[in-house]
Design a binder for this molecule. Structure first.
Ligand code: CTP
Ligand code: CA
Length: 223
């Protein structure tokens, strides 16, 4: 039934998409996380699926779900779990899009019991998580395409281009939090795309679904 109405532009292509935030436990009842809703990743997954791709999503904790049962849907919680799932799926993937907002740091120790309220201040020690995308970039084979996202609030272009190069990506999608109407939890976003070749594209403010469509068309031109 789900094949009805699907296009074929991405038929035969395996697409891996990470989406949403991660949660890093502090104790049995608390965690560190961020405001990612997973909307951009899901919109991309649906757009690829509707053009015939075989789509696998690695999803952090989120309320949203894709509209199609044919999309392979893997839930994870922590950056560590997201890393394991991405490493497992990556060798099998033709196009990988890392849209997840992976935590950069996790609590160095997870308390086994609820942390009790005591002093006026509490210090929590954090340790770096693995950069999943950089890791995938270093494993990437010639036929594989790897796309990252970047979220910046200053020197946006410089930082995005640095990530593009450092993580060995084919392209990076820069999310601007500065633009009114763009960002976490909103229906709209404004992005710029930088390709490793130097090619660049600026999209106007529009719905995340519309951005997903435009990104797909752009990716199509790089096949
Ligand atoms: N990313 C990742 N693993 C991490 C952190 C980030 O795979 N531990 C990926 C994100 O999914 C995104 C890209 O790296 O595709 C850029 O994420 P971003 O947070 O913008 O950049 P960072 O490299 O984490 O640097 P910073 O947060 O300091 O800007
Ligand atoms: Ca980060």
């Amino acid at each position: 039934v789900e094949n009805i109405g699907r296009g074929n532009k991405w038929q035969g292509t395996k697409v891996l998409i990470s989406a949403g935030p991660t949660q890093e436990a502090l104790d049995p009842v608390r965690y560190i996380s961020n405001h990612s809703s997973g909307k951009m990743g899901i919109s991309l997954a649906e757009a690829f699926y509707l053009q015939g791709a075989e789509v696998t999503v690695i999803a952090g904790p989120m309320a949203l779900k894709p509209a199609f049962l044919g999309i392979h849907w893997n839930k994870v919680v922590s950056a560590k779990e997201m890393e394991e799932a991405c490493l497992r799926e990556f060798p099998n993937s033709d196009w990988t899009i890392m849209a997840a907002a992976v935590a950069d740091y996790r609590p160095a120790k997870v308390a086994s019991e609820k942390i009790k309220k005591k002093e006026n201040t509490l210090e929590i020690s954090l340790e770096k998580t693995t950069d999943i995308l950089a890791n995938l970039g270093s494993q990437k084979r010639d036929h594989q395409k790897l796309i990252g996202f970047a979220l910046e609030t200053e020197n946006e272009e410089v930082h995005a281009l640095d990530k593009l190069q450092r993580k060995k990506l084919d392209a990076i999608v820069l999310n601007s939090l500065k633009e009114p109407g763009a960002g976490f939890g909103l229906e709209t976003n404004q992005v710029q795309v930088f390709h490793a070749s130097g090619e660049r594209h600026a999209f106007s403010l529009k719905s995340k679904e519309a951005i997903a469509q435009e990104l797909l068309d752009l990716f199509q031109s790089w096949k």
